[in-house]
Design a protein around this ligand. Structure first.
Ligand code: SF4
Length: 285
């Protein structure tokens, strides 16, 4: 006789399936080989044999330097360490996805514990068809109050960096790994990143930028699924789902370590070269 699923488990499975749908996982199959009911997986521990999704390349392969980018010199000789099953390989691109639809799916999100302390969800801001996307860590106090990313002191510095590149904020798209402010601006915890970052993945897929710049280690380690320190690959071209990705220091780090501004400017100049942007000449020159 078929094993009956307890009501509480049905409810949990229902919530979990709704969540998978919101983040773009549409096909799930039960592995009948075990003969017993599966345990509810921890967030995103979706295994390849259970999803029957198109076979993906090994996670490490997605981290190779952009071999498809002949205009970008190959400089990296270190591949990031991949920790555990890939978070993103199970998430297919959703046809005709849009930022509006992703925001609608996110809703008044309570999927992780960060919702308890937030004032506002900070979804993202900027050009929905931007060629350049900046990804930060998470909202701070000012962002939480205004509902916009990078509007505090670090945000002002980011704006200056964007303008130094010959762009304006409205030309690029800015978002974060987690959409709700962590208490006391602490670093987002693994479960929070795991739960929220698939929405970031959908944002990036929907925008389809030419270049992604990760601001700080949380953004870089999340998208690259690595535990390596950012200093090991900062300023080097990597590849993320077919797009060029470069990690640099977070503007908040630059506020504490102004001497690192030169390194970040050199990183941004690499981005400018790929996007065909020119450094503006000063009036005196
Ligand atoms: S951080 Fe992301 S997953 Fe967590 S409650 Fe906010 S929007 Fe939802």
């Amino acid at each position: 006789m078929a094993e009956r699923i307890p009501a509480a488990l049905q409810q949990l499975l229902s919530e979990r399936l709704s969540y998978y749908e919101d983040i773009g996982i549409r096909l799930l199959y039960r592995n009948r080989g075990t003969g017993s009911l599966p345990q509810i997986p921890a967030p995103f521990q979706v295994h390849r044999e259970e999803t029957h999704l198109p076979k993906a390349t090994p996670a490490s392969a997605s981290l190779k330097i952009a071999a498809t980018a002949p205009s970008v010199p190959r400089k990296i000789d270190v591949l990031p360490v991949v920790s555990g099953p890939s978070l993103f390989e199970s998430v297919d691109k959703i046809a005709d996805d849009s930022l509006l639809k992703i925001r609608t799916d996110l809703g008044d999100c309570t999927r992780c514990k960060l919702h308890k302390g937030r004032h506002t969800i900070v979804f993202g801001d900027g050009n929905p068809k931007a060629e350049l996307v900046f990804v930060g860590e998470g909202p701070g106090h000012d962002e939480d109050m205004q509902g916009l990313p990078f509007v505090g002191r670090a945000g002002k510095l980011l704006t200056q960096m964007i303008e130094a590149m010959g762009l304006q904020r409205k030309d690029v798209y800015i978002c974060n790994v987690v959409k709700c402010r962590p208490p006391e601006n602490r670093t987002p915890e693994k479960d929070e990143v795991t739960t929220c970052s698939p929405f970031l993945l959908r944002q990036i897929d929907a925008i389809a930028p030419r270049v992604i710049v990760c601001l700080g280690s949380v953004a870089a380690q999340t998208l690259l699924e690595t535990t390596r320190g950012i200093s090991q690959f900062r300023g080097q071209w990597l590849e993320f789902r077919g797009r060029k990705l470069l990690a640099t220091y977070h503007p908040a780090y630059l506020l504490r370590n102004p001497n690192a501004k030169g390194e970040v400017w050199r990183d941004l100049q690499k981005v400018m070269a790929v996007l065909g942007l020119q450094v503006k000449k000063s009036k005196s020159s």
